[in-house]
Every structure is written in structure tokens, then in C-alpha cells.
Ligand binder design. Sequence first.
Ligand SMILES: [Zn+2]
Length: 151
Amino acid sequence: MASESAFKIRCLACGAKNRIPQEKAHLTAKCGRCKRPVDTRVLFLPQPEVVSDADFERQVLGSPLPFLLYFWAPWCPSCRSMSPVIDALAKTAKGRLRVGKLNVDQNPQTASRYRVMSVPSILVFDNGRLAETLVGAMGSQDLMMKMARYL
Ligand SMILES: [Zn+2]
């Protein structure tokens, strides 16, 4: 089980996962493996964040935390019920799982790169790679259970 009192941040230099105790999260941390500094600012960024084709690589693939990206569209009725679920998860998951939203109408490149055929869809990226795909709307409890390993 994940400890409640530590964050896990990936070192962007060597890829090692570092445990950062909660009480030290505001300090400058060093990677246990390569000794380079680990940026803990990501733990405090507001979310959900809006992700676009232009910043997908940097925000999502380059995230030191696992990243849940919610693909949605304004015309999609299921997205209207799913969006509050994503917002709630973003709050709960802060500091452990980054949560972002991508509008597929405005950002067709990322959607087609990952073959997102329908909305809502949720893709989870870890270590810069696609780790999980969830298609269709789901309730808060279902989503929390599916994301438990990241929380
Ligand atoms: Zn490192």
C-alpha cells in the first residue's frame, strides 16, 4: 500500500522514482540515484490543467508524476456527467497523480496519435508512456478504484 505521508516523483534526468516525505516536499530534493535535483513544484500545481496538442509532450510525457488525461468534447452528453467526476479526482489526487483535460475538437493531433475514437476517454501515462486506457463514462467510485495504484 502507498504511504499517505510520501510523494513519489520521477527524476526526469535518470527516470528513478524518488519517495519524498510530505514534510520535505517544500524543500529542494535530490534524486537518490543520480543526485540531480528533483523539482517538487509539480506537487503544488493546480489541477485539472488544460492540455493542448502544443504542450502535450511537455506536460504529459514529461510529467514527473503519473498523468491522467481526460479526452472530451463540448458536444458529448456523457462528457457533461463525466467532467465533475474528473474535477473531483483532480482534487483528491493532487500531488500523486496529475490530472488534465484535452478537448479533442481543438486538439485532434493528440487524439489521433493515441487512437482516441470516442469521448469520454481516459488515458493514463506513467514514465512518459501510455499505461492505461479507459473508454466511456464512469462514476467517481469506479474511477477511484481504477486509479487506486496511483493514489
Ligand atoms: Zn535521477
